[in-house]
Ligand binder design. Structure first.
Ligand SMILES: [Mn+2]
Length: 350
């Protein structure tokens, strides 16, 4: 039942039909992708609150794009993917822990219906239940792409281990995730203390810092990242923290860091990611109080639409596998075979 205190009853993402977040409803509607809001805030950066308003802002920004297609693809992603909006994982008075449990259940229901969960935070704790849901419903080998200015390798904040600063530290613990298939893409700036840099090294995850992306060019850098996450894995999860983007194109975020990816570059990344496919994706740290012209929310909408368009085109071209189909709603999903990647994995700097 919808919580009237915490779930806005207004726009849906791209004007998509509403659906309950249960597998039967999703299958009945033919959904192959499902947007849902995850307005959780683990209070990791109390100076700039506001990400609980992210899903509402993303939906509002998306309205002008309902029925629209990218110039490059000409695909209405709402129609192609049977897109639905499952509302928000929200409950007045709930703790972050309770909201994480709801995220896990919602994502699991969407995956069990054979659809791609598109989760809009909320802060960057959301991949923690998100990746757990993907692992529990697929039993697959999972690659994880973490697009972020920050390494997010903190073990805990105030004793709480599932925080906005901890997703990389937690994701590598999930069954099916190997640190060799985890990439942090776009790290830079003054928000990465030496201890967290050292922790990333200890965990064995691949870090492709912003400086490397600039040196090599975004196309080469993201192909390298994708080769890494797709190396001997079945499915991938892609998480976008808005602070990966330069604040000039994405001011509406909790912890902005100068020198990030441009709007042009993140759309190149969307095309590259989509061309190989995703099993689940999230958008985190959208904070509309710092986004007065809503350009951050609009860029997030473009990220989703470009990625889903590129994925649709790749499926139609036979170069990427469709999302996994469930065997039944209460058994693990059978991973589908994916085509071999076009390029061999390139080993980056140590
Ligand atoms: Mn982050």
């Amino acid at each position: 039942m919808r919580d009237i205190w915490s779930t806005p009853d207004s726009f849906t993402f791209l004007g998509a039909p509403r659906s309950d977040a249960d597998s039967e409803s999703l299958i009945g509607l033919g959904a192959r992708a499902a947007f849902f809001g995850a307005p959780v805030d683990t209070q990791g950066f109390t100076q700039r609150p506001g990400t609980t308003l992210g899903p509402k802002a993303c939906r509002e920004a998306s309205v002008q794009y309902a029925g629209a297609a990218t110039l490059e693809h000409g695909i209405d992603v709402r129609d192609y993917w049977g897109l639905v909006d499952c509302g928000d994982v929200a409950l007045a008075g709930a703790s972050a822990e309770q909201l994480h449990e709801r995220i896990l259940a919602t994502a699991a229901a969407i995956l069990a219906a054979g659809a791609i969960p598109i989760m809009c935070g909320g802060d960057h704790s959301i991949p923690i239940p998100g990746v757990r849901a993907l692992a529990s419903k697929t039993g697959a080998r999972i690659g994880y792409l973490h697009i972020d200015a920050h390494l997010d390798t903190a073990e805990s904040l105030a004793g709480w281990t599932e925080t906005m600063a901890s997703p990389v530290a937690r994701v590598v613990e999930v069954p099916g995730v190997s640190p060799e298939n985890v990439v942090v893409f776009g790290a830079r700036g003054l928000g990465n203390p030496p201890a967290l840099v050292e922790r990333a090294r200890q965990l064995g995850v691949r870090v492709i810092p912003m400086s490397e992306i600039i040196d090599r060019g975004v196309d080469a850098a993201i192909e390298d990242a994708l080769d890494t996450i797709w190396s001997d894995t079945d499915v991938v999860y892609v998480s976008l923290d808005n602070d990966a983007l330069d604040p000039s194109c994405a001011p509406g975020t909790t912890a902005p860091e100068p020198g990030g990816l441009t709007a042009r570059e993140i759309l190149r990344v969307a095309l590259a990611v989509g061309s190989r496919g995703v099993a689940m994706m999230d958008i985190a740290e959208l904070s509309p109080n710092f986004d007065p012209s809503a350009i951050t929310a609009r860029l997030d909408c473009h990220w989703i639409v470009y990625l889903l368009s590129a994925y649709a085109r790749a499926i139609e071209n036979g170069t990427a596998a469709a999302p996994m189909r469930p065997r039944s709603s209460d058994t693990p999903i059978e991973p589908t075979q994916r085509p071999e990647p076009a390029s061999q994995r390139v080993t980056g700097p140590a």
